[in-house]
Design a protein around this ligand. Sequence first.
Ligand SMILES: *[C@@H]1O[C@H](CO)[C@@H](O)[C@H](O)[C@H]1NC(C)=O
Length: 490
Amino acid sequence: MRQLQLVFILALCICPAIWAQQLDTLAPDSGPDGRQLKLWLTISARKRFVEISWKNAPARDGDQVLLTIQDPHTFELQSVPTGTPLAGFAKSRNSDSESESEESSGSGADQVAFVPIHGYTTPGTVAKADVIPMRQQWGSNGGNNQIVAAIKPSQSAQWFTTGVPFDYALSRNVTTHSDCYGYWASYIDDHGRILAKTCIRAHPRWMTNWHSGLGDLRLRDLFIPGTHDSGSYRPNFDPLLRESLVTKYALTQDDDIRGQLLHGARYLDIRVGFYRPSEEKFFIYHGITKQRPLKEVIQQVKDFVQETNEIVIFGLKSFPWFGKNLAVHHLLVAYLREQFGDFIVHPSLTWHATLRDIWKRQQNVILAYDKSEVVQQYPDLLFSGVDQRWGNVQSWPRLERHLRYINDFDVSRFSSRPVVDMAELTPETWDVILDKDGGLRKMADNVNWRISQLYRDELGEHANIVAADFIRGTTLVETALEMNRKKMGH
Ligand SMILES: *[C@@H]1O[C@H](CO)[C@@H](O)[C@H](O)[C@H]1NC(C)=O
């Protein structure tokens, strides 16, 4: 066990180095713009810590990446009393305590001088009371902007899990008018100059904001962020308090549907099951576990598109407990028609339709139904299912190979039917029973930062829909928007 952990830690430690190297070889002379310093903020799945990542950083002596709770306009040096005890971040390379090792297996992992400034500690671990002899430290906005974490960048591209817990109550306050909220990250040099900054942000209207630029494109032409098993969330769930074997392998998202849409997802992976005993007949299923009522999911999609006029692909598939004949499908389609009503995009538009064609009809929800016998019978309601490219793999090397393969040998590139890269690991049944993988959150933390890197550095340009578990732990939305902006020629 000890040995395994060591190997794991070692593997994680060399990752940023490899990553940095890849960047150098991939973008050797891509002008000043291609080498622009960029920062991202994400949220880890398992412990919901704020994560900070960057690329193209100068990583000079004296540079720092600072996490604040408001938009920073200035950074200035302040003197602080000597001897102020700071909570050391319990994450040292040679540590051998169980909880710390587990910490190191978070999303990205690396060891640098990292001090959570106001004593944030890792839940479940005892903070080491490193007494840092006090001197000057950075303040922001004249001392009015709290700095909660500081990192010394040592590589041009890195990904860190901070010890700062993200409170999902912040996300529940997001509206269709929100932008930045909660946390900001700034990369500053030794003079306190801000070289780049970012924030945790919602993207409630990215399509309509770019209405004219995107109008001529089809959904197949865009990079569309999606969520895997979108309805497998639990309102107000806290994995640090209530995790069980069932929640560990059933839940795939932390935001409800509205939250997913507000944060930029436009493809939903909806697995509807039939549950005869209850009055409410249709539920979202993950495998055989019953999750949210379909009605709740539909209501949130309707409210969202009504407020924003965004376009959403509602991808229906799987259909557990529907039985052998199509009777239950007919019930479901009738239910979808009744619930979505005028929001349903008319299938006569076909997948060839541009966003402008869709907006012209004032319809917003595409019902992509993954059962052709049913689609044929409802030419006024249902689009054919999108092509989900699922690897059914259990490790990052195999997931990476799968994602590269489906993008490199994309036989459907000339079709207008959207394709979905399923960018998540899938545990095997026995591994779930034995809890071998530690749960979907742990698996997501293991791959989400790598998926983020793969799409932003390599696959993003040609990707169509990418669906991930715990999408808040990825930079897929930011990458999608960046790629789409390029497509409209900005
Ligand atoms: C959410 O908004 C309410 C009302 O404005 C506010 O009282 C509350 O503190 C907010 N919650 C968080 C976590 O910011």
